[in-house]
Every structure is written in C-alpha cells, then in structure tokens.
Write a protein that binds this ligand. Sequence first.
Ligand code: HEC
Ligand code: HEC
Length: 142
Amino acid sequence: MNKKLIIYAGVGLFITVGVAATHPPTSESSCKNCKVIPKNIDDEQMERLMHRMSHDLGSGCTFCHPFTKPGVNPMRVDFVTDELPAKNIARKMMIMTDKINKKYFGFKNDYSLEAMNSKLALNCNTCHRGLPKPNNHFSIPK
Ligand code: HEC
Ligand code: HEC
C-alpha cells in the first residue's frame, strides 16, 4: 500500500475528529429554560422566533433579557434568566396566542418555520404592531 495514501487518510481522520469536536452533538436541549417553545428547538429557528418577537414589539433583546450583573466577565446578555418581568409576560402572551389560535382558528403552533410563516392565524404582531404596549397606539401625547 502507498505510504502517501496512509498519510492522507490519517490527516483526513484528524480533520474529521477536529471538526466534530468543535460542533458538539445537539442531543442536549438547545434551549435551557424554555417553558413554552419546545426545548429541542434548533438554534437557527430560535433566533428567527426571537428576532420576529423583538420586531413585533418594536423592542431589542434586552427588553426581555438583561445584561449580566456587574462583575461577571465577560459581560453579555443573559438569555436564560427569568429576572425581567417582560419575559414572563411574553410567555403568558405566547400561551394566550396559542390558545386563541387553537380554539378559534383551528391552528396549532408548534414553533416550526412553517408555523411561523403561516398567515392563517393570530401572532404577536396582529395586536402589537411594533409596540410593547399595543393600546398606547392611540394614546394622547403627554
Ligand atoms: C418580548 C420578550 C422577548 C424579547 C424581545 C426577546 N426574547 Fe428571547 N426569550 C423570550 C422568552 C419568553 C423566552 C423563553 C421561551 C420559553 O419559555 O419557551 C426566550 C428565550 C430566549 C433564548 C433561550 C435561552 C435559554 O433558555 O436557553 C434565547 C437564546 C433568546 N431568547 C434570544 C433572544 C434574542 C437574541 C433576542 C433579540 C433578537 C431576544 N431573545 C428577544 C422573550 C423575549
Ligand atoms: C390579542 C392581542 C395580543 C396579542 C396576540 C399579543 N399581545 Fe402582548 N399585549 C397585549 C395587550 C393588550 C397588552 C397590555 C398593554 C398595556 O399594558 O398597556 C400586551 C402586553 C404585552 C407585554 C408587556 C409590555 C410592557 O411594556 O409591559 C409583552 C412583553 C407582550 N405583550 C408580549 C407579547 C408577545 C411576545 C406576543 C406574541 C406571542 C403577544 N404579546 C401577543 C395584546 C396582545
């Protein structure tokens, strides 16, 4: 057998193992603290859902997810904590929206890309229209 071929095979194996190590298997749930969205949701879909939600409420991620406490290094946004009330209100709103959809529109939201793109039912934007408090839309400026 060709010596060169063995070396190539060895290098190939090394690269394969190396790549596998940087992408740990996603068998552990990718959403650590999901109570409404399926825990095994993939990161890409989670990101889409969160960007949609932020857009519908006209807010940034930090409306629901706070920065880490001073002294925690490196400073980052803590997506797992339930510290901000807005996050739990958002959960209740998700449950409410899902219930209305199921009962009155016969639509079951499974948080998939297909469900997300469906125009058949109610979503955050139906009420919020880019505002955190939809009823403030017609309020008189102070
Ligand atoms: C209106 C509130 C709200 C906004 C704005 C929001 N999120 Fe979330 N986010 C939630 C809620 C609620 C959950 C938990 C969902 C559940 O319990 O099923 C969550 C969960 C997450 C998680 C999973 C954390 C874990 O437990 O592992 C990530 C990551 C995340 N959000 C990222 C983002 C990003 C990035 C943005 C901005 C683009 C964003 N979120 C904006 C409400 C929000
Ligand atoms: C049927 C209409 C409706 C739908 C659908 C709806 N909301 Fe709401 N939402 C409201 C109303 C009304 C309020 C209360 C506004 C107020 O207090 O002035 C509110 C308040 C909130 C608040 C609190 C805002 C604040 O500043 O205190 C959050 C967060 C929120 N909704 C998130 C969501 C999310 C996320 C969705 C989609 C999963 C959603 N809502 C779907 C009507 C709706």
